[in-house]
Design a protein around this ligand. Structure first.
Ligand SMILES: *Cc1c(COP(=O)(O)O)cnc(C)c1O
Length: 230
């Protein structure tokens, strides 16, 4: 399978999942997660019409953004954990930040965002079900962090993101995603800029779409399995 075929395949799966729950496929953005993959793979995805890419590692992501800087139609999302000493690179280069889980990082990103750039689009990361993960806050903590972000002129609060604990059962995937969707709907009533619920990866995309996801983050199904080197 080529990357182009994979993208058509994933797009068809998104359309099918949307149709199953009477949603419009236009309301679901496909984010291609290109971490660990070379620029040639991203070029192939661009050829196939893909424009939004997700990266997990700051240095690698910035190198790719610079490689493609001759284009102005790509949108880059930072979706990995961020150490505060690397926040400046995210503020200066990325368009979206999915993993906000503390005010200190929000403040740094706000202060470091270049004034000539549009505000950085921010999602608050929720730890909904993964006891082993240190990333993300609880739903009970969202209101306070959202209120802090809302005061920061160089950030715009766009919604919520989650990476649930791995789960293969559809019903159990849905139970978790459903809680996210309720929190998302509630957040929207306070903040008109909130329009994005980032959830769903290669193995739980269908359940995520059925439960209201507006952005799925797909790596493996587009680029193939990842190899990590020591
Ligand atoms: C790697 C990664 C993905 C993509 O996962 P796949 O299972 O390969 O689709 C999505 N979201 C985040 C935050 C990731 O780190």
């Amino acid at each position: 399978m080529t990357i182009q075929n994979n993208i058509s395949d994933v797009t068809a799966r998104i359309e099918h999942a949307a149709a199953e729950c009477q949603r419009s496929p236009q309301d679901i953005t496909l984010l291609a997660v290109s971490k660990t993959k070379p620029c040639e793979a991203i070029s192939e995805a661009i050829e196939a019409g893909q424009r939004q890419f997700g990266e997990n590692y700051v240095q690698e992501g910035v190198e790719k953004i610079q490689y493609f800087s001759h284009r102005n139609d790509l949108i880059w999302h930072f979706i990995g954990p961020l150490q505060s000493n690397k926040s400046r690179l995210v503020a200066e280069h990325f368009d979206w930040f999915h993993t906000l889980d503390r005010a200190k990082i929000a403040q740094r990103l706000n202060d470091q965002r270049p004034s000539e750039k549009a505000p950085l689009n921010v999602l608050i990361q929720i730890n909904i079900s993964d006891e082993n993960s240190k990333s993300g806050i609880t739903l009970a903590e969202v209101a306070e962090l959202a209120a802090q972000v809302a005061t920061m002129p160089n950030l715009v609060l766009r919604g919520l993101m989650t990476i649930p604990a791995p789960e293969t059962d559809y019903e159990r995937q849905c139970a978790v995603f459903h809680q996210m969707n309720e929190a998302f709907e509630q957040l929207k009533t306070t903040y008109p800029t909130v329009d994005t619920l980032s959830m769903g990866m290669t193995d739980d995309m269908r359940a995520a779409i059925h439960c209201g996801s507006t952005l799925v983050r797909i790596g493996t199904a587009i680029f193939g399995a990842r190899q990590y080197h020591q």
